[in-house]
Each structure stands twice: as structure tokens, then as C-alpha cells.
Design a protein around this ligand. Sequence first.
Ligand SMILES: Cc1cc2nc3c(=O)[nH]c(=O)nc-3n(C[C@H](O)[C@H](O)[C@H](O)COP(=O)(O)O)c2cc1C
Length: 363
Amino acid sequence: MTLKKKIIWSTISVFVLLCFYVCYVARPVDVATDTEVEGLNSEVEQILYYAGLAPSSHNAQMWDVKVYPAEGKIVISPDTSRLLYAVDQESREAYISMGAYARSCMLAFEAYGYNTSLHVSDNGQSITVIYTNSGMARDEGLLNLMKRRHTDKREYTSAAIPEFFQEGLKGIRGAVFVPESTEAFSLIKDQTLSAAEEQRDNQEIRDELADWLRFSNWEAEKKKDGLTAEQNGITGLGKVIYYTFGTRWFAKGDTFAQTGYEMAQRQAENCAGYLLIISNDTNIGYIEAGMHLTEAWLYAVRNDIEVQPMSFAVENKARRFAIQNALKLPYTPQMVLRIGYVDGAYGTNALVRRDLKDYIEVK
Ligand SMILES: Cc1cc2nc3c(=O)[nH]c(=O)nc-3n(C[C@H](O)[C@H](O)[C@H](O)COP(=O)(O)O)c2cc1C
């Protein structure tokens, strides 16, 4: 073979290998959540799979679940090994996430034709869901909605939120809509950006976030929690670059923190408005906020409206109260959701969720 042919063949081989590598790394993450739990029937296993699709901060899934099948009872409590001690020092977001899990649990049971009721213990340390089969038909629409719900960090268009949606929100407890280009919107945006700047410069918060970031499909598929490239809004070639060069060490550094801050800045400014979820500033209030969050988020999904929580401002007590006072809200804002429309198809959930037996114990 002549030198020229050797060079051509080597170039083609490298190119083909590169294509394989890019396709392999860019493929969507595919987490196989094992739903099998000894002692549960397959219907309850399926129901608890849907419950586990609830949102949680950093996708830490910090819920511990005990099921008492003979009594038709589920007890949800915080998993202290999964709390976010730097960014969520009072476990406020852990309670919100537990509340979201509890409401998702009730909705999943109801979608399978069960009646449910809920009881929260005095200090909010545990939530009990009671379920009884009512024999009603299955609601596939609700189950699809729960699977379709996701966090969307992409760029939103300038399209406004329609009146009918704003009217409908008035029927959801704790939901307050703040349209873009209002004074209230600017105030929340400014609080969000100042808080994001503080977090950018906080090494403990950076280190904690880095621990929950996933740097390959393989890592996400093994750990089944945390934030993948897609969940950070990074897809296609961007994902290949992120997974090829990104490391936990790099994610703890100044450059990554500054890039994250600039992304937050763009996201805070680029939306049709903020949806606030308000409640009492107590453990029980946080659980309620998680329940209201679930209702409001599913209502948005039903109407093809994208949602991204932006929690920077409400992660600081003084800032949450400053927003409450400035907007004269009856309760404290616990969640700030950036909402709007995207160009192109409605997003999907990356479905990165742990195996049920990792956090469910049958009694
Ligand atoms: C209490 C709470 C706070 C959150 N804060 C943020 C946030 O500040 N920024 C963000 O992009 N997502 C935030 N999220 C969204 C989670 O990261 C997301 O729910 C999780 O990664 C699972 O992904 P999914 O919502 O697509 O199922 C928050 C979720 C909850 C429940």
C-alpha cells in the first residue's frame, strides 16, 4: 500500500471511530429502574415507580419509604444520608421533595383506582399515606402526565402565558403567577441573581453540587440519581464535550461556577414569568409546598408549558421573606419556577430514578 493510501485509510478509520464515540456518548441516558420489591404485588410496585418520578433537589431522591401492605399504609420520612447539608441547611428542600413524593404517591394510587388519605406527623418528620382499592378504572392520562413531567433548562420563547392558564392556576393552592415585565418579576429576578452570585462563591455549595453531577451515561445508569448532562440542559455535541472533558474536580472550580452563574442569569431573564409556590415557613408548610408544587407542575405539563425550578433566592431565609414582604404575599415563597414555552418539541423526562428496593422497606 502506498503512503498516500495508508494516510487515507487511517483518516477514514479515525473518522469512523470518532463517529462511533460521538454516537455512543451522545446517546440518551437509559436508566433501568428495577421496580421489584419483595412483599409487594406488581400493581403496588408500578404505583410506587410513578411516585418515585417526583422531583427532588439535585435529584437526590431523599425519601425513605416503609410500606405496610396488610394495613394499606405507606410512611415517608427523610433519608438523612441524602440531605444537602450545604445548600439546604434546614432540610427545607428535603421536606418539599418529600411533599412532592407524597402527592405523587397519592396521585399514582388514585390513577390506579384507589382512594387515598394523608396524615403528616406534628413535626413533619413523617408523612403517612393510606390507600384502599375503590375498584375505579385506571386513569392512563394522569400516569402519562406524571411520566411527562420534567425540569426543562432550555431557552424559552417570548410567548406569553395565556389567560386561561393563569385563571386555572387560581384554583391551585399556593400557586402565584408573576408575569414577565412586571415590577414583581424584576424583584424576584434580582434576588435570584444576587443569591446565585453568593452560591457561585461558596465552595461548600459548589463541592456538594459537584458530588451530585454525573459525568457519563455509565455513571448515571449505575448511581440512578443526581444530575445528568441532559438534566443540565446539555445535549448533542455539547454533551459529548461535557462528558469527555468534564470531571468532578473541574466542577468544583471557578470556571465551572462562573459558567453555571452565567447560565442561571440567562435562564432567569428568559422566560414568560415565574410561578411561585407559597406556604408557611415550617416543616409542615414545606411538605405542603411540595404537594402544591406537584399540582401546579402537572397542570403546566397538561398545557405544554415548560417548567424549571430556580431555587437560589428561596434557599436564603432573608431573601424569601424579602420577596414575601415586597409582594405582600400571605405566605412565604418556597419555590420559584421559571415557566414558558420552547421552540420545538415539548421536553421529556430523563427518568433517572433509583431501584425501588434501595429505599422501600416492606413491613
Ligand atoms: C425543592 C426542589 C428544588 C429544586 N431546585 C432546582 C434549581 O434550583 N434549579 C434547577 O434547575 N432545578 C431544580 N429542581 C429540579 C430538580 O433538579 C429535578 O426535579 C430533578 O433533577 C429531577 O428531574 P426531573 O424534574 O426532570 O424529574 C428542584 C427540585 C425541587 C423538588
